[in-house]
Design a binder for this molecule. Structure first.
Ligand code: MG
Length: 390
């Protein structure tokens, strides 16, 4: 199996939403295609990925460093014992001549290419990616379905508590049980009214999480911790800037229920540090690293294993992303669940067109690879990169 070409294009993510930290008005994503010489059932094996949600397209470093390194490597050096591309080996090649530290500058381009290589490696075997990941990094019996919650409750111009409640009723009607809503985009008292309004619809506080998107300073983080604690919500996400470990530790000391963080941590050292110095509690807190943004699935699997050694359970890992890449990780590694963003982030949101959530559970897909072929609008964007598939 040989890599013939790796292609990238930046695609706008049309979205008018805002969280406590920023709006998505200029957001883009890098779509990547890895073209191989392997043919399965008469069609060339092509691996696809995109750089998940919330980080801009990153084609320049891909084209300047990571793609040329892979294409220059001896093809056999990238293969496993069965002659199929081994993403762990490609990772070592992409990271050659990279200075330690500064990981966010490269973890997204490297992780997106690495994820596309997993798609190709699974397709070469005719396996769904979650099945290949389960074989490589899983524990116990592989999952057939995973828990799936909605990351919603965004701030939209002109919308208030009534519109939020209408949104939550829609999610419940679509089969979801748990929903996460934004906090921090309004004064504390107004956000508290949103939470009361959400609980009036959802009932059980363990079905509601809140997300501050790392926007709070010390004063606001502690004010929200005090306001939120009595509700006993499922989790309070990113109560502090992602690398402010001291503030995390202070919030954790003041806030009894679960905290969540990790979508803006891009290296194993970052996760290690927030666990060691951020006061995270292995018996309850939730870890949310986004695989394609953090050097890819092999690195992510290593981070999960390390958190497990620190006392966290796999059921406390809910990777960020709300897409089929994180779904494969959740299913393959036996994690807590995945996120979903119905109706936002355009073609980049969500799962296969025929996927259905029932009573909070999403069945794992059986298409080979990640299964982007089952998402018509997204796959049309991806296929544009590969005229030979037409
Ligand atoms: Mg978040």
């Amino acid at each position: 199996m040989r890599i013939l070409d790796i292609r990238e294009k930046a695609v706008p993510v049309a979205s008018a939403m805002r969280n406590a930290a920023f709006d998505f008005g200029e957001m883009t994503s890098s779509v990547v295609a890895v073209v191989t010489d392997r043919v399965v059932e008469g069609r060339p094996v092509v691996g696809f990925a995109f750089n998940s949600t919330g980080r801009y397209a990153c084609g320049a470093p891909m084209r300047a460093r990571f793609i040329p390194r892979l294409l220059a490597a001896a093809p056999d050096s990238l293969l496993d014992d069965e002659g199929v591309i081994d993403p762990e080996r490609t990772l070592a090649v992409m990271l050659k001549r990279e200075k330690p530290g500064g990981d966010a500058e490269r973890s997204v381009p490297v992780g997106t290419i690495e994820t596309a290589l997993w798609d190709a490696a699974a397709k070469a075997r005719g396996l769904p990616l979650h099945a290949l990941l389960a074989r490589r990094y899983g524990v116990g019996t592989p999952a057939t379905r995973v828990q799936c919650y909605v990351g919603g409750g965004w701030y939209r111009p002109g919308e208030g508590v009534a519109e939020l409640q209408e949104e939550l009723r829609r999610h419940r009607g679509d089969g979801y049980r748990m929903v996460k809503i934004k906090v921090g985009g309004l004064p504390v008292a107004e956000d508290q009214r949103r939470i009361e309004g959400a609980l009036a619809v959802l009932g059980d506080p363990s079905c509601l999480a809140v997300d501050a998107n790392g926007a709070f300073d010390r004063e606001r983080a502690l004010a929200y911790a005090a306001m939120l604690a009595p509700y006993g919500l499922r989790w309070f996400e990113e109560p502090a800037p992602p690398h402010d470990y001291a503030l995390y530790a202070e919030v954790a000391a003041a806030y009894g229920p679960a905290l969540g963080t990790g979508e803006n941590l891009y290296a194993p050292q970052d996760l290690r540090n927030i666990i060691r110095f951020g006061g995270l509690r292995p018996d309850r807190d939730v870890l949310q690293v986004d695989p394609p943004q953090a050097f890819g699935l092999a690195t992510f699997a290593g981070m999960v294993a390390e958190a497990e050694r620190d006392g966290f359970s796999r059921s406390q890992v809910f990777p960020h992303g709300g897409n089929q890449m994180s779904l494969a990780a959740v299913g393959g590694l036996g994690l807590g669940g995945c996120e979903s963003y119905p109706g936002v982030f355009g073609a980049f949101a969500g799962y296969a067109d025929d996927a259905r959530v029932e009573d909070g559970w999403l069945k794992l897909p059986d298409r080979p690879g990640i299964g982007f072929e089952g998402q018509a609008a997204l796959f049309a964007v991806m296929r544009d990169l590969v005229p030979e598939l037409a």
